[in-house]
Design a protein around this ligand. Structure first.
Ligand code: SF4
Length: 332
């Protein structure tokens, strides 16, 4: 995607006159490579979920491009595709939601939930639908004989597997996992991540993995994009980002990642960020992170740093990226 923007108007009064704009996503550019798992991280309110929703075209796009390479190797700008022509792209690009409890309609059976998109779009016969749902339920570790049951009969981990089956039923190419394991217990989380990894290999999937927690996506991502107040502040290979972060915000996020190494643990200090994420309708001047950055200097208050490439794989938006000696974590 290139220079992607998603702005929401702030409406006032019963007539809904616009009194301002929330720049939830502001000139965001990055690439998702075929077959990779790209992590998108940041605190809540940084715009990462909005980016995911833009990719599945849950919203109209304010500006910028989302170039998508089709199965026929054509490039289509998803941001410009009219709503009535989006159906094939919505089958190719699917979303797994965070909350396995609220994302499944409690009045629908598992069969109805998983097959819904096939049924609504009349994509196959009832028999074919039945066998596809059965195969997929088996593949995600659920018993097909339970497909006439309702979601309340399943645990949180099982419901997330139903959500995964629901996403994969169209044979997609890109899956946006929006905090897909955040609501799960730690042991179930590990199982679900392992399942997603094995499904990626079997179904030739590309993942965009959205999370507020760098420790969750530590082992699953090939590359990571860090966002702060609607902007990308760092992009790097996962190993580089964890071991040698170049943006103070990434350093602070990493300082809360638990590590096993006792030596590293002794020399490590958690960085508690002051205050909240800035309000995207009234962002600070200069570098948006400056009110919370312990390395901020006068220049940071007035000059907005561009995202610039430090080397082949590592880009950062900080005036002092080359000079700061930031702490990462040991990547075991
Ligand atoms: Fe901190 Fe300044 Fe770098 Fe922003 S530009 S992250 S305020 S040092």
């Amino acid at each position: 995607m290139s220079q992607l923007k998603k702005h929401f108007p702030i409406l006032r009064g019963v007539f809904g006159a616009a009194k301002g704009t929330v720049k939830a996503v502001d000139e965001v550019s990055f690439t998702i490579r075929k077959g990779e798992t790209l992590g998108l991280v940041g605190e809540s309110g940084c715009g990462k979920t909005t980016v995911g929703r833009c990719i599945v075209r849950a919203y109209p796009i304010t500006g910028g491009q989302m170039l998508y390479q089709t199965r026929d190797n054509e490039f289509i700008d998803l941001a410009a595709v009219p709503e009535k022509e989006l159906a094939p792209f919505r089958r190719d690009i699917r979303l797994i939601f965070q909350d396995p409890y609220s994302s499944l309609n409690p009045r629908m059976t598992i069969f109805e939930l998983v097959s819904e998109v096939l049924r609504v779009n009349k994509l196959c016969s009832r028999d074919e639908m039945q066998s596809r749902v059965e195969d997929l339920l088996k593949r995600v570790g659920l018993r097909p004989e339970y497909m006439q049951r309702y979601p309340h009969a399943f645990s949180g981990g099982e419901r997330q597997r139903i959500g995964i089956a629901r996403a994969l039923i169209t044979n997609p190419r890109l899956v946006v996992c929006d905090e897909a394991v955040s609501a799960l217990d730690v042991s179930i989380r590990a199982q679900t991540l392992n399942l997603l990894e094995s499904l990626q290999a079997d179904f030739d999937l590309t993942y965009l993995f959205i999370s507020h927690d760098l420790s969750v996506i530590r082992y699953i991502c090939d590359r990571i994009v860090v966002m702060y107040v609607g902007k990308v502040v760092e992009v790097a290979n996962a190993l580089d980002l964890y071991m040698t972060p170049r943006h103070p915000y990434t350093e602070a996020l990493l300082s809360s990642v638990p590590i096993a190494d006792p030596v590293g643990r002794e020399t490590r200090r958690r960085i508690y960020l002051q205050g909240e994420v800035a309000d995207p309708s009234h962002p600070p001047t200069g570098c948006y992170f400056h009110p919370r950055c312990k390395y901020a200097q006068d220049r940071c208050k007035t000059e907005t740093p561009d995202l610039r490439r430090l080397n082949g794989h590592h880009s950062v938006a900080c005036h002092f990226a080359e000079k700061l000696e930031l702490k990462g974590v040991i990547y075991d």
